[in-house]
Each structure stands twice: as structure tokens, then as C-alpha cells.
Ligand binder design. Structure first.
Ligand code: CTP
Length: 497
């Protein structure tokens, strides 16, 4: 953001560059109703933040719905207008832009509010009831005042000071909508801003009120914190404000250090958020970030002090992965393949490091490839991010070991193609060969073949697997169907896949 006045004017002019604003302006002039662009669009435009998809909020002083309709009629192609009469709002999608029209209101503003509103306020009433000063700046669109910057709560100063502040007494702003406490932390994290001390204090005092907010709205903000460049900023603020304990008790439980016989373990909370930051630097996969947040979630439940050894957390990988569904369900996160992915990474997060402490055998690498499948690269990324030791020598040693594991993974994958393992002999092959119906025997044979491949007894190859199956079946007393005897002689099915 440029500081001198000329810079600002130029910037504001650029903010209204889109032809859409000209159309709103024409309509506003012809109907003679004041209209303004406000909120996140103005904030992000002044910050020079780019978005692939834009959200534009237009406040109209009276007749918001009519203005929306008139604007839509002039656009080509003409967008379909959704009208929410009870809320005095209307919106449409135009190109890659979501455009919302609201009547200026005296009551609290919230885009996702389900409460009917009364649209009888002035622009300033509307600005006053918004969440933060940086979200309450407006630009006039009526031709008579085109481009006038309206900032009664000094949002621009706060943008320059990198400050999150509420237009009203924060207790009022937060009681209008307690989600705003979490939004304050989300904006501070995304933008790397400070929260003004009185605002932060109000969050601390009102933290329990977060429970009246729906989990869906909470999770939207948590995901935005996780998707920020340095999520740890947000988690530290969540902790200091007391919100962490309210909304993520499992993560709050990771805090603290125990000492016994001069041995301390590290603070798992601080370690965890550092791992999340490390992952965030390498990948913008939200679910990998969730996996990082939850990778040690079972450490409190598995913590033990063992004489002569110190603190142990045996099984925290396995127990942690079992805890994931409950946490996802409570947080209303999807219970689909995203959850399975997080579970898998939590379950396997110690495996690559375990590989490096022993001699790296081919079969151990094959088993890891088999279990991780296509998520092996993300798993390796998580494991590298998990190294947060301050001891440089140790870090270097770990990274060198990981380099070796990666090499070995590549070598084995090229040779054995385990990553997307498909059984080289199928259940149908087995039924066909022995003339048997679906039964447990088929599972046993398939498992034996898979084990032999992972152990390296045979290669991942149809011919070898078929031969191996015949051998195993003979041991189990199974007989090959008569008309297939010839094939057994050749020990090969018709097609070699
Ligand atoms: N707003 C508010 N209180 C809320 C939510 C939103 O006052 N609880 C106001 C703010 O003025 C905000 C605008 O509504 O700028 C739009 O809300 P939203 O789209 O949720 O946020 P943005 O500020 O646009 O930010 P982002 O796109 O990053 O979510």
C-alpha cells in the first residue's frame, strides 16, 4: 500500500476499474439512490491482495433489491438474480464475481446471517455494525459522488498500522456475532496484523459465547487460519485468548511440559504448530495441514514415564488415527476420503523415520509404499516437517536419512510398482482356476500372494504370482479344475498383464 495521498487516490481509482461498478453507478444515478462498495473488496483492493474469485458487496441506501435487478438487466450475459426479500438482499454471479446487494442497515451486518433485517439505516449505520474497521471502508458509486472514500472509523489508518480494531466497543461488536472473535484471529493470521489489546481482552472475556455459533461457521474460519502462510500465529492467538480450549480441546490438551528425574518432553502444542507451519511452507493442501495439526493428538493419552528411559508415547500414531473420526464428526468436517487421508497420515507418520533407524530393507520400503499408496509424497513431506529439533546436527542427520529413504522408495517403486498395488491374480482368476465359489479360501490365497510380493519372495508379476498361487493352493489341498490342467503345466494364465 502506498502512503502518500496521490498513491491512495490512484489506488482507489483502480479499485473501481471494473465495468460492473460503472453499471451500478448508472443505475444508482438514474434511480437516485446512493450505492457504495464496502467491506472485504475495498480492504483487499487497498492491500493489493489478489483473488481468483471476487466477492463484491454493494450497500444501497434503500431499494437494494431493485438496484440489483436493474443492474442485472444491463449486464451481458444477463445474470440470474437471487432475491432474499426477508433479508433485504439480492445477489448474482457475473463472470468470476459474486455480487451481493444489501440495503444499508442499522442492525449488525453479516453476509451469512439468517436473521431478517430492517433496512432503514444510513451508510454510516451500516459501517458501524460491521466487524472491523478495515472491513468498514466504503467507496461511493453514485455519479455525483463517484469514488469518494468513506472511512468514518479510520480503517485506512488501521490497515497502515496493521491493526484489527472494531468500529464500536468490542463487547457490542462481539455480542452482535460472537464468530467475529474468531474472525479477528483469522484476519490477524492471514494478514499478519495485531489485534488491539482492548479487542483481544474482549475476546478473552467472551470466549464461552463462541458456543452459540454453528460449527459450520467456526470451521470456515479455522480452515482459513490453517490456510494462512503461518498458521501458528493463529493457534498462538487462539490459545492466548482461551478460544483454543473451547473449540479445539484436543489441541489444547497438547500444551505443557512434564518433568521427572530431570527429564522433560517437549511441549507438544508448540511442536505441533511448528509442524503445521513447516507443512504450510511446502504445500497448500488443507488436509495435509489438518494431518499436521493432528499428527500427535494422541500423545497426552499415551504418555508414560519409563524408568531409565524417560517419556514415551507408544502407539500415539495408531491411537491418534483412531481419534480422527470423532474429531472430524464434532467439527463437522467431511467424513469421506479426506478424513481417511488424514487418518492414514496420522497412522503412518512415524514409519519413514522408523525406516531410517534400522537398516532400510526392501520389504519394509515395499510395505510402506503399499500402505501409503499415492499419499507417499505427502507422508514424506509431513515426516520432514515433523523434524523440529534445535540441534542442527540431528536435523542434518534426519534429513540425510530421509534422502536415502526417498531414493530407496523411488528405486523400489520403479522395480515393483507397489504404489497403486492391484492384485496381479484376481479373485475371479482363483475361482476360475479351482472351480470354487466365492469363499474365504480366495481371501487367504490373495493375502498370501500380496505378502509374498511385499516380502520380496516373488516379484509383482502375474506369471510369478500365478505360479505361487498354485503352489500355495496345493499345500492347502485345492485341486485345479481338469480342463485347466494344461495351463498348470505351463504355470501361466492366458494373458500376461
Ligand atoms: N461482516 C461482518 N461480520 C461478520 C461477517 C462479515 O461485519 N460476522 C462484514 C464485513 O464488513 C466483511 C463483509 O461483511 O467485510 C463480508 O464478509 P465475508 O465475505 O465473510 O468476509 P470478507 O471480509 O469479504 O473476507 P474474506 O473474503 O476473506 O472472507
Amino acid at each position: 500500500m502506498k502512503n502518500h495521498a496521490g498513491g491512495l487516490e490512484e489506488k482507489l481509482r483502480d479499485c473501481l476499474d471494473h465495468p460492473l461498478f460503472r453499471v451500478v453507478s448508472e443505475v444508482s444515478g438514474e434511480m437516485d439512490v446512493p450505492a457504495f462498495v464496502v467491506g472485504g473488496y475495498v480492504r483487499d483492493c487497498l492491500l493489493g491482495r489478489d483473488h481468483p474469485d471476487l466477492d463484491i458487496d454493494i450497500v444501497v441506501v434503500g431499494r437494494g433489491i431493485e438496484v440489483a435487478r436493474a443492474v442485472a438487466r444491463r449486464l451481458r450475459p444477463r445474470p440470474r438474480v437471487n432475491v432474499f426479500r426477508n433479508f433485504g438482499t439480492a445477489n448474482f454471479r457475473y463472470e468470476n464475481i459474486e455480487v451481493d446487494f444489501v440495503g444499508a442497515r442499522r442492525e449488525s451486518y453479516r453476509r451469512d446471517s439468517r436473521k431478517p433485517i430492517v433496512e432503514d439505516g444510513t451508510l454510516e449505520d451500516d459501517q458501524r455494525r460491521r466487524d472491523f474497521t478495515i472491513n468498514a471502508m466504503a467507496l461511493a458509486l453514485h455519479p455525483k459522488e463517484w469514488g469518494t472514500f468513506l472511512d468514518p472509523f479510520h480503517g485506512l489508518d488501521d490497515l497502515r498500522k496493521h491493526l484489527i480494531r472494531t468500529p464500536l466497543d468490542p463487547r457490542i461488536t462481539f455480542s452482535d456475532d460472537p464468530l467475529r472473535m474468531l474472525r479477528a484471529i483469522r484476519f490477524a493470521t492471514q494478514l499478519d496484523f495485531r489485534i488491539e489489546p482492548t479487542v483481544f481482552e474482549a475476546i478473552r472475556l467472551n470466549r464461552k459465547r463462541i458456543h452459540i455459533v454453528s460449527m459450520e461457521r467456526i470451521i470456515t474460519e479455522l480452515n482459513k487460519i490453517l490456510m494462512s502462510p503461518r498458521p501458528s500465529v493463529g493457534f498462538l492467538l487462539l490459545d492466548r485468548s482461551g478460544l483454543l480450549e473451547e473449540i479445539l480441546p484436543e489441541i489444547h490438551a497438547l500444551k505443557g511440559v512434564d518433568q521427572r528425574q530431570g527429564k522433560a518432553h517437549k511441549d507438544v502444542f508448540l511442536h505441533t504448530i511448528q509442524v503445521v507451519d513447516n507443512v504450510a511452507r511446502k504445500s497448500d493442501n488443507l488436509w495435509l495441514r489438518w494431518a499436521a495439526l493432528l499428527h500427535d493428538v494422541a500423545k497426552p493419552a499415551t504418555k508414560k514415564f519409563v524408568e531409565g528411559q524417560g517419556w514415551t508415547f507408544h502407539g500415539h500414531d495408531f491411537i491418534g488415527s483412531k481419534m480422527v473420526p470423532r474429531i472430524f464428526r464434532r467439527l463437522k468436517l467431511p467424513l469421506n476420503d479426506k478424513m481417511k487421508y488424514v487418518q492414514k497420515l496420522v497412522a503412518l507418520h512415524l514409519r519413514p523415520i522408523a525406516l531410517t533407524t534400522n537398516e532400510v530393507t526392501d520389504s519394509a520400503v515395499r510395505r510402506l509404499l503399499f500402505e501409503a499408496g499415492d499419499d507417499i509424497d505427502d507422508l514424506m513431506l509431513l515426516c520432514e516437517a515433523d523434524i523440529t529439533s534445535k540441534n542442527e546436527r540431528k536435523v542434518r542427520q534426519h534429513l540425510e536419512n530421509f534422502r536415502k529413504v526417498r531414493e530407496k522408495l523411488k528405486e523400489i517403486e520403479e522395480k515393483d510398482a507397489i504404489r497403486n498395488f492391484q492384485p496381479p491374480v484376481t479373485g475371479e482368476d482363483i475361482m476360475e482356476t479351482f472351480g470354487i465359489p466365492p469363499s474365504r479360501t480366495i481371501g487367504i490365497l490373495k493375502e498370501a500372494i500380496k505378502e509374498a510380493i511385499l516380502e520380496g519372495t516373488i516379484r509383482n508379476d502375474r506369471r510369478e504370482a500365478y505360479r505361487y498361487m498354485l503352489e500355495k493352493a496345493r499345500e492347502m489341498g485345492l485341486e485345479v479344475r481338469k480342463n485347466l490342467m494344461a495351463a498348470e503345466e505351463g504355470a501361466s494364465p492366458e494373458d500376461d498383464r
